[in-house]
Design a protein around this ligand. Structure first.
Ligand SMILES: NC(=O)c1ccc[n+]([C@@H]2O[C@H](COP(=O)([O-])OP(=O)(O)OC[C@H]3O[C@@H](n4cnc5c(N)ncnc54)[C@H](OP(=O)(O)O)[C@@H]3O)[C@@H](O)[C@H]2O)c1
Length: 272
């Protein structure tokens, strides 16, 4: 790739951001369409986010992804807000134009496209969601958009209760209480990032009828148990790729093929 005076700049703003896989596949997507653009990570401290945000237009940056912990602030500072991002309460994609900054949330679309590979029909499906953090908001929005029936558990009950009111879900005190009735289980907590993390419930209670999605993009203890017990399961990589593909479409108008982004990430992960 040759960078020159006409190269357009895109990127991701987060803190931390070094672990992000987005530069790997977004740059591959630009290369695939021979677009003269580059996608770079910007590590921006929370106290400097507003300054960085205001600088985007001045620098001529065309679009950025936003990740932890800036998604809510990005929504607040934007000039035009997509209705889905407004309902979710955070933005992970900004398009910067002459008129101002447009804010979108593509996490919910990424989640939907990924989860539909596990279970295409979500209408009236009984789903257990674990966690009530930032990513849970996009997951709950997507599941309720598709009219699934959602049971929500979170360590901090108050947080779960609030989200249940907002998105129309049922709060539960223990995941075990609904395991018999749900068909899909989605983990949105950060538990499982480390092998030694405690299990969220007794994973021996999983049965082959359950489909299990963990939005963490690695093989977590929950997913290992799901595999051992004969469940269909999926990690968070597809959600990440689909949200990124959707952002790319917002910026360029192009649909990048899934295989192109997936192979670039697998190649990268195999090499490190
Ligand atoms: N695949 C993707 O595209 C994608 C996108 C976004 C996020 N993610 C992943 O999703 C995970 C969560 O991200 P987030 O943005 O939602 O984070 P967040 O807003 O910080 O929320 C963290 C969630 O995990 C729970 N939690 C943390 N430590 C816990 C513990 N020791 N015991 C029980 N619950 C605990 C929190 O419960 P409390 O409310 O009780 O604190 C909360 O529900 C991260 O691992 C992230 O990498 C993946």
């Amino acid at each position: 790739m040759t960078l020159d005076g006409k190269t357009q700049v895109y990127g991701i703003l987060g803190y931390p951001v070094k672990h992000s896989l987005s530069p790997v596949f977004q740059n591959k997507a630009f290369e695939h369409f021979s677009i003269n653009a580059v996608y770079v990570p910007f590590e921006v401290k929370p106290e400097e986010f507003e300054t960085a945000f205001r600088g985007l237009k001045a620098l001529g940056i065309k679009g950025v992804n936003i990740t932890l912990p800036h998604k809510e602030k990005a929504l607040e500072l934007s000039d035009f807000i997509d209705s889905h991002a407004q309902a979710i309460g955070s933005a992970n994609t900004l398009k910067i134009t002459e008129e101002g900054v447009y804010a979108y949330n593509t996490d919910w679309v990424g989640f939907l496209k990924a989860v539909k590979k596990l279970t295409p029909q979500l209408r009236n499906l009984k789903v257990l969601v674990l966690g009530a953090g930032g990513s849970a908001r996009a997951v709950l929005y997507a599941l309720r958009f598709e009219k699934a029936e959602v049971f929500l558990w979170n360590r901090t009950e108050e947080r779960a209760r609030r989200l249940c009111e907002e998105f129309g879900c049922f709060h539960i005190k223990r995941p075990e209480d609904v395991l018999e009735e749900v068909e899909l289980i989605v983990n949105t907590t950060s538990l499982g990032l480390k092998e030694e993390d405690p299990h969220i419930f007794d994973y021996k209670k999983l049965n082959p009828r359950h489909r299990v999605m963990d939005i963490i993009y690695k093989d977590t203890p929950l997913l290992k148990s799901a595999r051992e017990r004969g469940c269909l399961y999926q990690d968070g990589l597809d959600m990440l790729l689909y949200q990124g593909m959707e952002s790319f479409k917002i910026w360029t108008g192009y649909d990048v093929p899934y295989e192109v982004v997936k192979s670039s990430v697998l190649e990268y992960l195999n090499a490190i």
